[in-house]
Design a protein around this ligand. Structure first.
Ligand code: HEC
Ligand code: HEC
Length: 225
């Protein structure tokens, strides 16, 4: 087993000890199944890179809640554990709907999904509703352009182009000025992992990833503290 997996297991164990409820064995079985699929399937490298390994079960909000348990049970069968804060409440329903269809064998990726479906468990309608409610409740808040009219200014262009590729533009007040550089650095790693690198080609016609400019914009509007 890789060191990363061992670390994830340890974190999950810590969560279980703290809350008395995190179903570690269940999680580890699902993760192992997913790893096996990644190794056996020619599409493995693609599946592994759908979501970054940014997150362990003990880091989920309310790790002892039923919603967290459902995410841990169902959402690591094909890719790494999703962070509820990745999408806002408006975006999650469409994403979850797409995932539930897949788990029920009616996904839209034909061959790839058929091959992977063996052994994949699907939530009931009631479980799917609870899962969605948990994700929406812990989602991120989208930037409201009425509150930040300067988001259309040239100073925010880099931020707009880079940070809207995978999810809604985040509300700058989500983090303090001290926190933002670390979050943006993690997003750079997410972009590498998910293979969506802005500006890596050094093509003069393509927008470059101007990290300084992005951090400056976020810090200008950051939460005090
Ligand atoms: C049967 C396999 C499978 C399961 C189980 C699964 N996913 Fe996915 N997921 C995929 C595939 C394939 C993609 C990439 C294609 C796409 O985005 O639809 C993906 C992509 C994603 C993405 C990134 C794309 C986006 O729109 O942001 C998120 C987030 C996600 N899944 C969340 C979840 C959640 C939450 C669950 C549990 C409710 C889940 N997934 C369960 C197969 C699965
Ligand atoms: C390649 C896809 C991708 C791009 C581009 C991207 N993100 Fe993310 N973002 C993610 C994923 C995946 C998560 C959930 C995992 C995590 O938190 O690292 C996330 C989560 C977040 C969160 C919620 C979690 C937290 O710590 O608050 C914020 C805020 C965020 N992103 C900000 C940004 C900013 C700012 C940019 C532009 C610099 C950006 N993202 C660009 C993929 C991306």
């Amino acid at each position: 087993m890789t060191r990363r997996l061992a670390a994830a297991a340890l974190l999950a164990l810590a969560g279980a000890a703290a809350t008395g409820a995190s179903p570690l064995a269940d999680y580890q079985r699902s993760v192992d199944d997913a790893r096996r699929r990644w190794t056996e399937s020619p599409h493995g490298p693609l599946l592994e890179r759908i979501l970054p390994p940014a997150f362990a079960p003990a880091q989920l909000p309310q790790p002892a809640s039923r919603g967290a348990a459902l995410v841990v049970h169902y959402c690591v069968q094909c890719h790494n554990l999703p962070n509820p804060a990745m999408h806002d409440a408006a975006r999650w329903p469409k994403v979850v709907e797409r995932m539930v269809l897949r788990m029920r064998g009616r996904g839209n990726m034909g061959e790839l999904m058929r091959e992977m479906m063996a052994g994949v468990q699907a939530p009931s309608d009631e479980e799917a509703r609870a899962l969605l409610a948990y994700l929406r409740q812990n989602g991120q808040r989208a930037l409201d352009p009425r509150r930040y009219p300067d988001v259309d200014s040239p100073a925010a262009q880099s931020f707009r182009l880079a940070c809207e590729q995978c999810h809604v533009l985040p509300d700058p007040r989500r983090h303090t000025a001290g926190e933002w550089p670390g979050v943006v650095a993690r997003m750079e790693r997410n972009m590498q992992w998910m293979n969506r690198v802005v500006g890596s080609q050094r093509d003069p016609r393509e927008p470059q990833l101007r990290v300084d400019e992005i951090v400056r914009y976020l810090q200008r509007h950051a939460r005090a503290g």
